[in-house]
Structures are given as C-alpha cells and as structure tokens.
Design a protein around this ligand. Structure first.
Ligand SMILES: *Cc1c(COP(=O)(O)O)cnc(C)c1O
Length: 425
C-alpha cells in the first residue's frame, strides 16, 4: 500500500515521489494515532487545528451514525434541512450579534472565496466599480484556492509559483507587536497609510485576528485588530476576519476577535467546526453586507454542490455542543500555562530564536529552517506527531490532552530540537 501511495498519490505541498517514506495511520482515538506497525503516537497537530475533542469521539460518532440513517446528503438549492438550520442557529448565537446571515461551504479556502465575493459584490451591486482590491497582510494565510492565494503573503505564500496569474492585491506589513506588548500607534502606521492611499480601490481588509497561522505562526496584540476595525470604519471598507484556524476556543476565547472586543463585517470559520470529522466551513456576515450585495436585485453568486452537507452539519452540531458543554476555557488555559512552562525551556538552546504561546498553541521558532527528513522520524521515535514547517516547530494539541500527554509532547520537542542543534554544529 505504501508503495502505491509513493507511486501515485500526491500529498500536500510535496513532490510526487516523496523523499521519505510516509507513515500509514490505521486508526485513531483520543489524542493517539495508531500506525500500521502498531505504534501509537500523540498527535500534537490536531490534524491541522481541527481535532479539538480528539479522535473517535462517541458523541460525534453517534451524531454521524444517526444522520447517516436519515440522509447523508441532499442538495441545498431550493431545499433545506434541520441539521443546517440548527447549526446556523447555534453559530449565529455564539458569534457577534451583528452577524445575522450564514453561508455554508466545504472548506476554509472556499469560505474565504465566499467572503471575498461578498465584499466585491457589496460594492459592485451598489454601483461602486472601483473597489476591486483587498488589503491583506504580510505573513497572512487564507487558503490555497486562487482568490484565497491572492491574499496570502506575497513572498512566503504561493504567489511566486503563480506570478502574473493571481489578482493583484495590496499588502500591509505584518503586525509586529506581541500579544502582551504595550500598544504604540506606530504599529498601525503602515495599515493607515496604505488605506489612506488606496481606500477608493479597496473593497475589504482581510486579517487573521491575533494569530497569523500557516504564514508564520505569529501571535500579536488584540489592539492591532481593534485599530484595523476602526480604520475600516474610518475609510469605509469592509472587514473580513479569517478565523478558520483560530475559531472554537483555540486562542482561549471562543473566537479570537473577542480578545479585541470588536466584530467583523464578514467572518470565516472552518477547521474545528466538525471537530475534525469532515470538511465543512462557513462564512457569516452582517445584515449590512447582505443588503449591499442584494442591491439592484443582485444575489450572492456561489453555490457548492455539497453546500451544508447534512452529515457534516449534524457532526458540527454535536461538536459545538460538546465544546460548549465542556470546561474548554479551563482546559485551554491549563494547556497555555503548561506550554509556557515546558516549551519555555527550549529558549536555552542556541538554535531557538523564540518560544511563544497563546491558548492551546505553542510555537518554537528556530534560527534555521527545519529538516523534515531528520525531524519526522525523530519525533515518531519519541512517540509524537509534530509536523514543523519553515523554521517553526509548533503544536496545537486537542483540548482533551492530559497533563502527562502534553509533557510527553513538549519533552519530545525539546529533545528533537536539541538533537537538531547538535546535528547542525
Ligand atoms: C487552513 C486555513 C484556511 C484554508 O482552509 P482549508 O480548509 O484548508 O481550505 C484558510 N484560512 C486560514 C486562517 C487557515 O488556517
């Protein structure tokens, strides 16, 4: 099986013939992935932010099975169903009250495409044809489809491979102020001047609030988000917040924008929405946005085949319910404190540039880029699954991880980073 995979199956951002052999996962439960050799390893990545309750969760299995026996799918054009209606009610009730409409889609990238369409149609429907650009940020990541790529970091993102093909947007400097740092207006100067210069052509600003994820795992001050919101109001552009990674408690708040005490015009969510069971995402927006889009008889132009898939919605309902009924705040707070204490030790290593944590996210930034060929087997030998990129060794474990399991993870990170440092010397 592994040989066939190596021959024919493409994996994310990887050559068609991978250099290293890939592990084959046969099952998973709680925070453990079981490999085909019987070894169990702790998943530090929550399968890319999504598996917040761990794997093989009885309540989620039950929700899926129950829905499966009713209907696993039905088209959403002209039809509706209870799992979608219930999920919409829940999501609209746990997000800011100004968000009154919701569009379901199948992945985070598509939720961003929908957000961009909402922003562009908001202006074009009202006869404003010049607002054809988005203001985004360096080090931002918003997905891999074309619209989403066009607002990802232009240097470290995928722009270079698609030079001349992507829509040209405007980029402001990445937020530089750390989470705790005292606020200085200088931090927002670049955004302000870019908006001042370009607001007539800017439809919306897009930002990952408080944590820039796949573009560099950067944690920054909530005041930055608040000031961006104020500037959007001042210059009359919409604000899209992309919480595909940060949503559902990951940063210590249910949604990261809560740290800033503001709300966006448009909100993207995904990843942890179904507890990592299946692909589902959503774009929420205010009444103002939808009224703008629908001016002069227009409608939002999007409609995926598997929109609001009932099976995914049923599992999402169970996942959100499970999250809200759990002591998630306490769990995330405990994880944050433990990550701070235990990953902090990595700072004594010369190869480590900085350790940063927020909520259930821990990042060890190195002075050197990582070598997956060395690190992946080293982590597996330690009994953990950690998937570093660029110069970042980072984890965002399931919220249900125990203290001992988390210590296992952080100890493995220290050991592997130290071994990497020794190798580099
Ligand atoms: C992962 C991610 C996306 C893209 O989501 P997919 O489900 O992979 O398409 C978009 N925005 C952010 C912030 C993400 O972390």
């Amino acid at each position: 099986m592994k040989a066939f995979d190596k021959e024919h199956i493409l994996h994310p951002y990887a050559p068609s013939t991978p250099l290293a052999d890939m592990e084959l996962v046969t099952s998973a439960s709680s925070v453990y992935l079981e490999l085909d050799n019987g070894k169990k390893i702790i998943d530090g990545m929550s399968s890319w932010w999504s598996v917040i309750h761990g794997y093989n969760v009885p309540a989620l299995n039950e929700a899926a099975t129950k829905q499966l026996s009713k209907m696993s799918h039905v088209m959403f054009g002209g039809l509706t169903h209870e799992p979608a209606i219930k999920l919409a009610q829940t999501l609209l009730s746990i997000t800011d009250e100004s968000l009154e409409h919701i569009f379901f889609s199948d992945s985070g990238s598509v939720s961003v495409e929908v957000a961009l369409k909402m922003a562009f149609q908001y202006w074009t429907s009202q006869g404003e044809k010049k607002k054809t650009k988005i203001l985004s940020f360096s080090k931002g990541y918003h997905g891999d489809t074309f619209g989403a790529m066009s607002v990802c970091d232009p240097v470290t993102g995928m722009h270079s491979a698609f030079e001349g093909i992507l829509h040209k947007n405007i980029f402001a400097n990445a937020p530089e102020c750390s989470f705790e740092q005292e606020w200085d207006e200088a931090y927002i100067e670049d955004v302000k001047s870019k908006l001042k210069e370009h607001y007539k052509e800017v439809a919306a600003v897009i930002l990952e609030p408080v944590v820039q994820g796949a573009g560099g795992m950067r944690i920054y001050a909530p005041t930055f988000v608040k000031r961006v919101k104020e500037l959007c109001e001042e210059f009359d552009v919409l604000l899209i917040l992309d919480e595909v990674a940060t949503g559902f408690g990951r940063t210590g708040r249910l949604f990261a924008y809560e740290h800033a005490g503001i709300a966006p015009d448009i909100l993207c969510i995904g990843k942890a929405l179904t507890g990592g069971y299946m692909s589902l995402a959503a774009t929420l927006c205010s009444k103002k946005v939808i009224q703008g889009v629908e001016t002069n008889g227009n409608v939002l132009m999007h409609g995926p085949t598997f929109m609001a898939n009932p099976l995914a919605c049923a599992v999402a309902n169970a996942s959100v319910e499970l999250l809200l009924a759990s002591p998630w705040q306490e769990r995330v707070q405990n994880i944050q404190e433990q990550l701070q204490n235990e990953l902090g030790k990595c700072e004594e290593l010369a190869i480590v540039k900085e350790v940063r944590t927020l909520g259930a996210i821990g990042v060890v930034e190195l002075h050197k880029n990582v070598d997956l060929a060395f690190m992946t087997p080293a982590f597996i030998a330690e009994g953990v699954w950690v998937r570093p990129f660029l110069n970042l060794v980072y984890i965002m474990p399931p919220f249900v991880i125990t203290q001992e399991e988390l210590t296992h993870l952080t100890t493995a990170i220290y050991k592997v980073v130290k071994a990497y440092e020794d190798l580099m010397l």
